[in-house]
Design a protein around this ligand. Structure first.
Ligand SMILES: Cc1cc2nc3c(=O)[nH]c(=O)nc-3n(C[C@H](O)[C@H](O)[C@H](O)COP(=O)(O)OP(=O)(O)OC[C@H]3O[C@@H](n4cnc5c(N)ncnc54)[C@H](O)[C@@H]3O)c2cc1C
Length: 505
């Protein structure tokens, strides 16, 4: 069968490679000149900057990237990072050790009253990570999904039942009355679950808070090397990945997708289409053929977060020696997080010579930001838009100085990115990134779109954001497409046997 994948983000490439491995003919169409989207690495004046994502989890045994590599027989260019990062609160810094024993000591030192929370969090994280190491098609969208879910359950999974309707703040109980502890949880959850402890689902949040212990990794040459590895694998195994091909329309007939058209005049017929885009972008691609449910969804949903980013070229000699590469800074815990009040800072590995000219390193700084003020200002008042960019740049650099004293002195190049930049380079409407807030297990989005042969993949579908998350989503979508193609083949075989056979002789 002909399968077309729109977009070469990590989610789209994962689904594409698995379907190619299963014997289908697969073409990936990517609008940009390189793969990876929010987890891409771009080249500028001798520097290779990570556009969004900088740290990747999911490479431990049973982790999504590891499982994908085992299926495809490929090797990822990664090495583990310990400590994962350091969180800087105004009155203390907390080192997120990957090593479990060092982490236990660290958390007892930083938050001695919170041990009961951490023990519950670890138990729930074990359950969540165990479930995610098997095929677990959540939310179920078909009887096949239900059967797979039942098969994936283990007696220990049921221990999570009392927490099905709890938030992380419920789990923390009295400990969350300590504002510093709550800020510590909130800052991490905002990144990993797109919301804070009062709203993050307990199971999802527990798994997210465990990320450093499950192991995070540097990707050699920049995080875009994950997507590049998949592109190389797809091309080496007979699939196609075409760059500079922005899909503008999905053609439908009798309620099914039949072809896609790109801005370069390419028209590809398709038996199945996988869209590595957000629901808003899919509705645009379908135009009048968008199913009513999808249209209702995009009208109903509140905008998700955007990101403001800084990309720095740095004189390595001016940076403080022997500090971890990744930091999170909260400037003022009494104010809402994001909007440069919480900043994540990632330096390229000191020994990664592919990222910057000799003697230099690069850094990506990011903060959550509401998308609409940026987009409105850009339209209405370009000077005010530039002034806002300058003000955010100042605030981000000031925050980063707290983790890396001397950083400003080291800056040789500084670029910034707003939601408008993300909209342009990743084609995500309004520059909305990171997927939906993970508030309840019972209102998450699955891959179904309302058209029987079109599926969404990427961080809009459960389990949401991160390279590991979209890899799990990509595996799920590949399995759904395989069920669909098997059903279609059975149907065709049945129809063929029912056709009147020409008489011989
Ligand atoms: C600032 C920031 C920091 C982050 N930090 C981390 C981190 O440290 N670790 C982590 O694991 N995750 C992180 N994330 C999240 C992670 O990057 C994303 O969740 C993940 O990469 C999204 O993958 P995706 O499959 O949804 O595809 P996307 O990244 O959205 O890529 C989609 C691709 O499709 C292409 N495309 C879109 N429309 C079309 C079209 N019509 N035609 C052709 N091509 C099209 C785009 O050009 C793009 O290449 C971060 C995200 C951001 C924004």
């Amino acid at each position: 069968m002909n399968i077309v994948v729109i977009g070469a983000g990590v989610g789209g490439l994962t689904a594409a490679s698995l379907l190619l491995k299963a014997g289908h003919s697969v073409t990936v169409l990517e609008a940009h000149v390189y793969a990876g989207g929010c987890a891409g690495t771009f080249y500028h004046q001798g520097y290779r900057f990570d556009a969004g994502a900088t740290l990747a989890g999911g490479f431990s045994p049973g982790g999504p990237h590891t499982r994908l590599a085992e299926i495809l027989g490929l090797t990822w260019p990664v090495s583990p990072v310990d400590p994962a990062w350091v969180t800087h609160l105004p009155d203390r810094s907390i080192t997120q050790w990957a090593d479990a024993e060092r982490w236990r000591e660290e958390r007892r030192r930083a938050f001695p009253h919170a041990e009961p929370f951490w023990r519950k969090q670890e138990r729930l994280a074990d359950i969540a990570w165990d479930v995610s190491s098997r095929y677990f098609p959540w939310p179920p969208e078909s009887p096949d999904d239900l059967l797979s879910l039942i098969a994936a359950l283990r007696p220990q999974t049921l221990l999570a039942a009392p927490y099905l309707f709890s938030t992380v703040a419920n789990l923390a109980g009295a400990a969350s009355r300590d504002p510093m502890f709550k800020t510590f949880l909130d800052a991490q959850l905002l990144i990993a679950a797109q919301t804070t402890s009062d709203f993050t689902h307990a199971l999802y949040g527990s798994a997210a808070l465990d990320l450093p212990r499950r192991g995070v990794n540097h990707v050699h040459g920049g995080i875009g090397a994950l997507a590049r590895t998949l592109v190389d694998w797809i091309r080496a195994h007979g699939g196609r990945v075409l760059f500079r091909q922005a899909v503008e329309k999905i053609e439908t007939r009798y309620g099914r997708a039949v072809a896609v058209q790109t801005n370069k005049g390419l028209r590809l017929e398709a038996d199945a289409v996988i869209a590595n885009v957000t629901p808003w972008a899919l509705a645009r691609l379908l135009g009048e053929a968008a199913p009513p449910g999808l249209l209702r969804e995009v009208r109903r949903r509140a905008p998700t977060w955007g990101a403001f980013t800084l990309y720095l070229g740095l004189d390595a000699a001016q940076l403080p020696g022997d500090v971890p590469d990744h930091h999170q800074v909260v400037v003022d815990p009494t104010r809402p997080l994001g909007e440069a009040n919480s900043v994540f800072i990632s330096l390229s590995a000191a020994d990664d010579v592919h990222r910057a000219p000799a003697g230099q390193r690069v850094a990506t700084l990011s903060t959550h930001t509401a998308v609409s003020p940026w987009l409105e200002l850009k339209q209405r008042d370009p000077a005010a838009y530039e002034a806002r960019k300058a003000a955010y740049t100042e605030k981000m650099l000031a925050a980063a100085e707290r983790a890396l004293p001397g950083l400003r002195r080291a800056v040789r190049l500084c670029l910034s990115g707003t939601p408008a930049t993300f909209e342009f380079f990743t084609r995500r409407p309004q520059g909305m990134v990171g997927g939906f807030p993970q508030t309840s297990l019972f209102n998450v989005r699955g891959p179904a779109t309302g058209l029987p042969n079109v599926w969404l993949v990427g961080d809009s579908i459960f389990p949401g954001q991160s390279t590991a998350g979209v890899t799990l989503g990509g595996m799920r979508v590949a399995a759904k497409v395989l069920q669909f193609t098997a059903r279609s083949s059975r149907l065709r075989a049945l129809q063929a046997t029912r056709q009147p056979q020409p008489e011989l002789g």
